[in-house]
Design a protein around this ligand. Structure first.
Ligand code: PMT
Length: 222
C-alpha cells in the first residue's frame, strides 16, 4: 500500500528528449525514451500528488492515469511549459534530456545535397538552461527542485560540479550504460543533495528510483 504522503502537493515532472529541428524532416536529438520521467509521474500520482508531466517526444508511452500531460518538442517549448506549470508547484523534477544547443537556422525546405559539394557546417547556438533558471529564481519559497545528470566519465565528480552549477536541491546522477539509463526499464543512481547528502539507489526498476526521489522530496517539503 502506497502512503499518500504527497496529497495536496502539486509536482511537475519533465520527461523525454528534446528535438531541435534543422529542416522539416531532420532534427538533432538524444536517446531519452521518457521512461524515467513517466515512472516519476506515475509514482507521484500513486502517492497522492497532482502531477503535471511535460513530455518531449515520448511517442509510444501511454499517458499515466490521472496526470496532466503537456506535449512539447524543443527545449524552448519545454522551458515555456515547465515555467508555466512551476509557477504553482511544490516541486519540479527535471528528468528530461534537454538539448544544450540548437541549430542557429531552420531551413523551411528540405536541405538538399549538392552534387560534388561538401555539406554546409551546422552552426549551433545555446539553448536556455531551464534547471539553472528555475533554481535561481524560485517560483515559490520552499519549492524543491530536482535535476538529473547522465554521465559517462568521472560520474560522481561531474555530478557534484553540476549540482553546484545548476543550484538545484537534489541531483540524480545516473551512469550511461548498456542495461540502464537511456531507453531501458532499469536504472541505478546516486542522489546528491545540496546539503551534502549522498543516497545510492541500487540497480532496479525505474519506479524504485522514482520512489526514492519522492522520499527525498517529501522530506524536504516537510
Ligand atoms: O528517458 P529514459 O530513456 O528513461 O532515460 C532517462 C534519462 C537518462 C534521460 C534520465 O535519467 C536523465 O539522466 N536525464 C537527464 C539527462 C542529462 O544528461 O541531462 P544533462 O546533464 O544534459 O542536464 C542536467 C540537468 O539539467 C537535467 O535535469 C536537464 O533536464 C537539465 N537541463 C539541461 C539542459 C538545458 N538546456 N536545460 C535543462 O534544464
Amino acid at each position: 500500500v502506497t502512503e499518500p504522503d504527497l496529497k495536496g502537493r502539486h509536482v511537475v515532472v519533465s520527461a523525454g528528449g528534446t528535438r531541435e529541428p534543422l529542416d522539416p524532416v531532420r532534427f538533432l536529438g538524444n536517446r531519452s525514451s521518457g521512461k524515467q520521467g513517466y515512472a516519476l509521474a506515475r509514482t507521484a500520482a500513486a502517492r497522492g500528488a497532482r502531477v503535471t508531466l511535460v513530455a518531449a517526444n515520448t511517442t509510444g508511452l501511454p499517458d499515466p492515469a490521472g496526470v496532466d500531460v503537456v506535449q512539447v518538442g524543443t527545449a524552448v517549448q519545454l522551458r515555456e511549459a515547465v515555467l508555466k506549470a512551476a509557477a504553482e508547484a511544490d516541486a519540479v523534477v527535471m528528468a528530461a534530456a534537454v538539448a544544450d544547443f540548437r541549430p542557429a537556422t531552420y531551413a523551411a525546405g528540405k536541405i538538399k545535397k549538392q552534387d560534388g559539394q561538401d555539406p554546409e557546417p551546422v552552426v549551433l547556438i545555446r539553448n536556455p538552461d531551464i534547471l539553472a533558471e528555475i533554481s535561481a529564481d524560485r517560483a515559490r519559497p520552499g519549492q524543491v527542485i530536482v535535476g538529473f545528470a547522465a554521465e559517462t566519465d568521472d560520474v560522481l565528480a561531474n555530478g557534484r560540479k553540476k549540482l553546484q552549477r545548476k543550484g538545484c536541491d537534489l541531483l540524480v546522477v545516473n551512469e550511461v550504460g548498456e542495461r540502464k539509463t537511456f531507453g531501458s526499464e532499469q536504472n541505478e543512481a546516486v542522489v546528491l543533495g545540496a546539503d551534502g547528502t549522498e543516497t545510492p539507489v541500487p540497480y532496479g526498476p525505474k519506479e524504485a528510483l522514482a520512489d526514492m526521489v519522492w522520499d527525498l522530496v517529501a522530506e524536504r517539503l516537510g
